[in-house]
Unconditional design. Structure first.
Length: 193
């Protein structure tokens, strides 16, 4: 059994190593973190969505901005599209594929940002959310997995994690999200570092 545990950790290690060995991935984290900092300073917000575990990652990302990450600082406007009443109402009245796009239409404004997370790249509700975000002038970022699926190429910036299982993909996605927060804070709150 210990060998299986070791293999799982080695799988994570290999996924991280593959990601960081592509310098383009690191440049994008740095650039998008800096862009988000500028957008926050200009009064804009980030909307973020995903399904299942990816929605949990979206909520985690949002609370790190509205609460705190490492040290005290003013809260920053990030909204995880996770309102249960909205989700069930919209799924019932319009269809599950519209649960995020209608929230993007309600809350998004020109120059805001939208982050969509999909380990398969094929989530219809995330695809529709990107369409709404693009129509409203939001800057879009995709966190995808495997080969990127239908969402490949739809966003202004994307990361595609080529791992085969959702758990490994989500672990890299969460690392990206955490480090984006750190980059934003280094720009906006350098005294905390």
């Amino acid at each position: 059994m210990l060998e299986n545990v070791k293999q799982s950790f080695n799988g994570l290690f290999n996924a991280v190593e593959t990601f960081i060995n592509d310098e383009e991935n690191l440049k994008k984290v740095d650039e998008i973190g800096a862009l988000f900092a500028k957008k926050f300073e200009a009064g804009n917000k980030i909307l973020i969505a995903g399904n299942g575990g990816s929605l949990c990652d979206a909520i985690h990302f949002a609370e790190e901005f509205t609460g705190r990450y490492r040290k005290n600082r003013k809260p920053l406007p990030v909204i995880a599209l996770a309102d249960n009443a909205h989700i069930t109402c919209t799924a019932n009245d319009y269809g599950v594929e519209y649960i995020f796009s209608r929230m993007v239409e309600a809350y998004g404004k020109d120059e805001d940002s939208f982050i969509g997370i999909s380990t398969s790249g094929n989530s219809e509700n995330i695809i529709k959310a990107f369409e709404s975000a693009k129509n409203q002038g939001l800057y879009t970022v995709a966190l995808l997995g495997k080969d990127g699926g239908k969402l490949k190429g739809i966003a202004d910036t994307e990361w595609i994690i080529p791992a085969e299982t959702s758990d490994r993909i989500q672990e890299i996605h969460m690392a990206i999200l955490h480090i984006l927060i750190e980059v934003v804070e280094r720009h906006m709150f350098p005294e905390n570092y």
